[in-house]
Design a protein around this ligand. Structure first.
Ligand code: FE2
Length: 413
């Protein structure tokens, strides 16, 4: 099993390459109410509500909550005025992913190289500095409303220190300090949920992949963008024969960073008898490309799904017939390539409603949540890899039938 994202690169070998990505620094969401969204992701998905930057820490434009689990860092951002761009974007798109930020050795140099490679700037380098260290950020635009920020860190703000609980950047404060406590007689609900989540982990380790939905006919443009600008390479591709049901279809190409740090599949709708799930996304996302799903990696799919179901996460329902065929298909593929059969208890997999797929390298277990907000846009995938480096191609048909049942309920099929 690859653990590239949990074993970031060392400086000695790669510092001369400005676009060498060290880690996924964070994923930023623009949301309508970051304080409430923080509780949703903490209660349902087991995240620690670790730090905040808001009026109490000197941030007067927007509130930012840092949520962490394993090597996953989410920043939930809400505007504090109607003119802040987060407010305008939430009005247009609803809650969703704004920025996929990468840690690099030098954010300014990475940004300059990306611009030379043909990127459009989202914003020029900014330095956030105090007596503890510096955080430099610079952003480029990618598909639709999404940006990639390059982040470089020094002093107390180095990523290794952030992972150990250090402050994320200037103007953040931790919730375990006295300023975050409830005062006499009170119980701080954030500390309570954090304590509960430490005792009852959901086992999510890092972002395995992150999928962008783009318009019909645009997939190859964005594939070229990732190749030219960020020096990614194509990892796999699927056409509409792979990913189609009787009704709807899509095409997908998976882009991977040079170091295998992250994979970004790019989807576009393909013609079908009915509306593609990618088109439904675009319809409810102001006809603007954006992030369709984040796949969060676990080492124990059954334990993670059981924990998440126990917390009330709403997962896609599969057609019952799925489990009549899946073991022959998957174990047959594994045997044919000299691998052992799926080691997880088959009945437990069925009871938890988990999807299984195999390829020549091994197998994977995966499951998809329903949309995380009212609009049918962003959702999560919970994925566990046992050798397989693919994305569940054999499940696409079963999954799409399930997705279409949901689309039909929303009157969007
Ligand atoms: Fe996925």
């Amino acid at each position: 099993m690859t653990t590239l994202t949990t074993a970031p690169s060392t400086k000695a070998n790669f510092a001369s390459d400005p676009l060498h990505l060290i880690d996924v620094d964070h994923v930023q969401f623009y949301v309508g109410n970051a304080k409430q969204a923080a509780f949703f992701y903490a209660h349902c998905f087991g995240f620690q509500i670790e730090q905040v930057s808001d009026l109490t820490s000197g941030s007067r434009e927007a509130s930012h909550y840092l949520l962490t689990q394993g090597n996953i860092r989410f920043i939930l951002t809400s505007a504090l005025s109607s003119t802040h761009h987060a407010a305008m974007e939430v009005a247009q798109y609803g809650d969703g992913v704004k920025d996929i930020a990468f840690t690099v050795f030098d954010a300014e140099k990475a940004w300059e190289k990306a611009i030379r490679n043909g990127a459009q700037s989202a914003y020029e380098p900014r330095v956030f500095k105090d007596e503890h260290g510096t955080v430099t950020m610079a952003g480029i635009r990618t598909f639709g409303r999404v940006c990639h920020t390059f982040v470089s860190r020094t002093g107390a703000y180095e990523l290794t220190k952030v992972k150990e609980g250090g402050l994320f950047m200037p103007r953040f404060r931790r919730f375990d300090t006295s300023s975050g406590s409830a005062g006499a007689g009170g119980v701080n609900p954030i500390l309570t949920i954090n304590e509960h989540n430490k005792k009852h982990p959901c086992g999510l380790k890092y972002v395995d992949h992150l999928v962008g939905n783009v318009e019909y006919g645009k997939m190859n443009e964005w594939v070229k963008f990732y190749e030219d600008v960020l020096e990614f390479r194509m990892f796999k591709h699927f056409d509409d024969k792979d990913i189609a049901t009787d009704f709807s279809a899509l095409m997908s190409k998976v882009m991977s960073s040079g170091q295998g740090l992250i994979k970004i599949p790019i989807n576009e709708p393909a013609p079908g008898k009915r509306k593609s799930q990618v088109q439904e996304y675009l319809d409810w996302h102001a006809n603007t490309p954006g992030v369709q799903h984040l796949a969060l990696r676990t080492d124990d799919e059954l334990a993670s799904i059981a924990a998440l179901r126990g917390r009330g996460v709403d997962f896609l329902l599969l057609p019952d017939a799925y489990y009549e065929k899946v073991w022959d298909r998957v174990n047959g593929m594994l045997t044919a390539h000299g691998h052992q059969a799926v080691r997880e208890d088959h009945e437990a997999v069925r009871k938890l409603g988990i999807l299984v797929d195999a390829d020549d390298e091994g197998y994977l277990l995966q499951l998809f949540t329903k949309p995380l907000q009212d609009r049918p846009t962003l959702f999560f995938e919970i994925i566990c890899r046992r050798g397989s480096q693919s994305f569940g191609k054999g499940n696409f048909k079963a999954l799409f039938e399930a997705l279409e049942m949901e689309q039909a309920k929303r009157g969007n099929l």
